[in-house]
Design a binder for this molecule. Structure first.
Ligand code: PGA
Length: 253
């Protein structure tokens, strides 16, 4: 399966930093062949600037959020159609920062997924447990409930990505061990299979996010059920992000 590396710039960088950052990544991609998808998700206001850098190259464009409504009186919102027009192929949905800080619910996430499928955007849907849930050994139950509440998953084809992002690992420098991540990824794959009743789940990509850095990418990508990564902080540094993109390929592919 083709793996995917996604850079989530969050509410960074500044206007003058955008082009050097995107161009540095694009140049690093053309210098060395990559055999996986590489996506940058900048803030909305920088989509067109990054889109110009991506144009015609191997770098792809994604957004960090989307509105489930198609158009109309929704001040401050951006629709799926607008994202597609801006050149986006992916959008992150239900990131824990949006769930925790902006009150985004599973029902919002489901509506957003449906809007993505309608316009051919690939949603990157985030799930993950808190530190206390992990300490109480509730991780797999929490993940099962999150997946079951995503009725949108039933309708999805292979054009959907699930990102496992343990909340305790996001922006903290504490990364899940490869074994911890593999356990949850394997679980997500089998749960996703039972939810969709589809064998196609083998082709669906499940990516890991939470303090991915140049120093841990190789061991993370060694894991059988990890098909890529969602990178926050380290995607804001050209050389760190390029090192992550050019991770050491799995020996058995
Ligand atoms: P981080 O963020 O790499 O800075 O931990 C990951 C994410 O939130 O997607």
């Amino acid at each position: 399966m083709r793996s995917i590396i996604v850079g989530n710039w969050k509410m960074n960088p500044t206007q003058k930093e955008v082009r050097p950052l995107a161009e540095g990544v694009a140049k690093g991609l053309s210098d060395q062949a990559t055999f996986h998808d590489v996506v940058i998700c900048p803030p909305f206001v920088f989509l067109s600037a990054v889109g110009e850098v991506c144009h015609g190259g191997t770098l792809q464009l994604g957004a960090q959020n989307v509105c489930s409504e198609p158009n109309g009186a929704y001040t401050g919102e951006i629709s799926t159609e607008m994202l597609v027009d801006a050149g986006c192929e992916y959008v992150i949905i239900g990131h824990s920062e949006r769930r925790q800080l902006m009150g985004e619910s599973n029902s919002d996430v489901n509506l957003k997924m449906a809007a993505c499928f309608k316009y051919g955007l690939c949603p990157i849907v985030c799930v993950g447990e808190t530190l206390s849930e992990r300490q109480d050994k509730k991780t797999l139950n929490v993940i099962r409930k999150q997946l079951q509440s995503l009725s949108g998953l039933k309708e999805c084809s292979s054009n959907c990505i699930v990102a496992y992002e343990p909340i305790w690992a996001i922006g903290t420098g504490t990364v899940a061990t490869p074994d911890q991540a593999q356990e949850v990824h394997h679980f997500i794959r089998s749960e996703w299979g039972s939810i969709t009743g589809s064998h196609a789940v083998k082709e669906m990509r499940i990516i890991y996010g939470g303090s991915v850095k140049p120093g841990n990418i190789d061991e993370i990508m060694e894991m059988r059920d990890i098909d890529g990564v969602l990178v926050g902080g380290a995607s804001l540094d050209v050389s760190d992000f390029l090192r992550i993109i050019h991770y050491k390929e799995k020996v058995n592919g």
